[in-house]
Design a protein around this ligand. Structure first.
Ligand SMILES: NC(=O)c1ccc[n+]([C@@H]2O[C@H](COP(=O)([O-])OP(=O)(O)OC[C@H]3O[C@@H](n4cnc5c(N)ncnc54)[C@H](O)[C@@H]3O)[C@@H](O)[C@H]2O)c1
Length: 343
């Protein structure tokens, strides 16, 4: 039997706890070590998930622990320095989204990983949402005909505890942005993959409607022009009433696809097709929901070089789009999307 695939968690906050629960229900994957600068969180995490090797500093974990890969799940502005150090030490990395808060940093990390032959992934797990995967596949196979436009609507409420529990989320220099970057980027990523063309220019507007004492937007809207001329409309809000679903509508000349989701705990996404017949697409590997499938996919990619959808380079168009929406919101003009690396 193969040895378990071991991860070193750097950051033991909210998403780390979610992923640790997923690891606990995934045979063949284990947490080998963990690190957090917050002693109380570190202690509670290591006790709850039975992780013996715990460190008060991520670099110490990197130097001392033999794990198969690192999972970096710290505030956004720390992704770049920690991923850079991990790559320097020859480590494979699964980084939480976004890979970094500037294109220069993100592209630089991708270049380093490529040059060193290391696996660097970004946790856009909804690419492994069963229906989001089907949406991407059917659009890419041309089932809808030529796609003219797409609308992404992401109404995910956040209460005051969201900023109280992680004050970095409210600070522009540490978070890089608000609802467009932190939440909607998951769905912009799916929409761009489905539409199959690179972003060329964007017009954005941001607002602070409910959380007026934070530096980042709680409402963001935008329009993106793709290189093939198709348009992508985005609305993202944390200001709304709770328990609403994300909706992605893709309009083609022959048919329309309407996704609602996501496929979280419990898995509950749907895909409706209008004008064309449904087609089934199977997932490349097992798992109950997207976070688990993405984890299994990452482990197989690192171990066996199996095909995987979340290599970091594929997250660059999404980051470039969101950063362009922010630039446009500031300038009040349509802005060109910055091109880097293999986008
Ligand atoms: N993929 C998803 O669905 C999803 C969901 C939620 C959050 N996230 C992402 O996960 C990341 C973390 O978000 P969160 O909500 O868990 O934040 P959080 O504030 O709950 O946790 C961050 C943790 O990092 C620790 N930390 C800070 N600096 C550190 C350092 N130098 N070394 C080690 N630990 C350090 C903090 O003490 C804290 O425990 C962000 O990138 C966020 O966007 C992803």
């Amino acid at each position: 039997m193969k040895k378990p695939f071991t991860l070193g968690f750097i950051g033991c906050g909210d998403i780390a706890v979610d992923l640790a629960r997923v690891v606990a229900m995934t045979p063949g994957v284990k947490i080998g070590a963990c690190a957090d600068i917050n002693a109380a969180r570190l202690e509670s995490f290591s006790r709850r998930f039975g992780v013996r090797a715990s460190h008060g500093d991520g670099r110490e974990l990197m130097d001392r622990e033999k794990v198969d890969a690192l999972y970096i799940c710290v505030p956004h502005y720390l992704h770049y320095p920690l991923v850079a150090e991990a790559l320097d030490r020859g480590r494979h990395v699964l980084c939480e989204k976004p890979l970094a808060i500037t294109m220069e940093q993100a592209a630089g990390l991708c270049e380093t990983a490529r040059a060193k032959g290391l696996k660097l992934a970004v946790n856009y797990q909804y690419r492994y949402d069963r229906r989001a995967h089907a949406l991407i596949m059917l659009c890419r196979e041309g089932l809808l005909g030529e796609i003219s436009h797409c609308r992404v609507n992401m109404p995910w409420r956040r209460g005051p505890e969201y900023f109280e529990g992680g004050p970095w989320r409210a600070r522009k220099a540490e978070a890089g942005g608000g609802t467009l970057l932190t939440q909607a980027s998951h769905w912009i990523d799916i929409a761009l993959e489905a539409m199959g063309s690179a972003p060329a220019a964007a017009t954005g507007m941001t607002a602070r409607r409910r959380f007026t004492d934070v530096e980042v937007e709680d409402l963001g809207m935008g329009m993106v022009e793709l290189e093939n001329g198709a348009l992508l409309g985005i609305s993202a809000a944390m200001t709304v009433n709770p328990h609403q679903k994300v909706k992605i509508e893709v309009y083609g000349e022959r048919g329309t696809a309407i996704y609602t989701g996501p496929d979280d705990f419990p898995p509950a996404s749907k895909l409706k097709l209008l004008g064309v017949k449904k087609k089934r697409y199977s997932m490349p590997f097992p798992g109950l929901f997207s976070l688990q499938r993405n984890l299994i996919g990452f482990a197989r990619w690192v171990r066996d070089d199996a095909p995987y959808h979340n290599g970091a380079e594929r997250s660059l168009p999404t980051l470039a789009t969101v950063l362009t929406l922010y630039r446009s919101a500031e300038s009040g003009r349509k802005e060109a999307v910055e091109k880097r690396l293999s986008e």
